[in-house]
Design a protein around this ligand. Sequence first.
Ligand SMILES: [Zn+2]
Length: 319
Amino acid sequence: MTKTVETTLGALPVDQLGWINAHDHIIMDGGYTVVKTPDFKLDSVEKAIEEMGYWQQAGGGVVVDAQPFGAGRNVRKLIEISEKTGLPIIVPTGFQSKEHYLPDHWQYKYDEDTIAELIYAEVAEGVDLNGYESPIIARSTVKAGFIKVAGDYQVVSMHTHKHIRMAGKVHARTGVPMLVHTEHGTMAEVILDAFEAAGVPPSSVMICHIDRNYDPYLHKLLAKRGAFLQYDTPSRIKYQPEHIVVNLMRELFDAGLGGQILLGGDMARRSYWKAYGGGPGFDYLLTKFTPRLRAEGFTDAELQMIWHDNPARWLTSGR
Ligand SMILES: [Zn+2]
């Protein structure tokens, strides 16, 4: 039986997801981050429809949106974008890194089981259209497709450990996969250990931004454990030139570990979007980076793994 994945357009068979953008940002509407740094403000449905159009014209399929409630998630807008473009979006639940919240956010006050129940309801019943920001909960029919958890630079805080334990409780009941923000690609091994202790196998965990720590030894070690490695430095030369990630991907494929690589744009700023007058735009990974991979010897089968098979396996890993 074909497995399904929860999206803004309902549960879709995994073979209908197309080429999957494993980590991106379509709407960031309000929240502390946007107030602090207006470049993060991605609030326009119209601009999102234009930008998603470039992605779709380039052959792009479903997009994993990585902005959870309390940090600018607006599911009403995501649903409207999907209905107008036909593009399915996978909606997150869980938590961003701590810079995204004021210190008095409720996640610091509620106990683990209470938060786990709130997260479970978003996965099993439907996400709250009000983003758990008001006393009124209005559940959408759209269910969260994964739980986000965030580490810090060279440390996994007690607070993150609490999030991981809570996510483990929801995973035990639902099989939902995990998306992990790492800071500069650090602490991935400790995070995988903590997830394992919480009952979540590495094969249900996608480690994000790990190419910012491009040590092949580390990447092979994580991949051998079964974790998914999400890369997003292509086009973002402020982090590193692209040949580094191309060589890293080649080395992993040559070691038989290409089945663990996923790509995302992480275009979380206005200045990255063509629709807002910036660049390189959502479609860069498909219009520029993928042709480069082909030119450097990546086969169609390898590209299909990176863009479809691997993210599809992550999304359905526990189901
Ligand atoms: Zn992101």
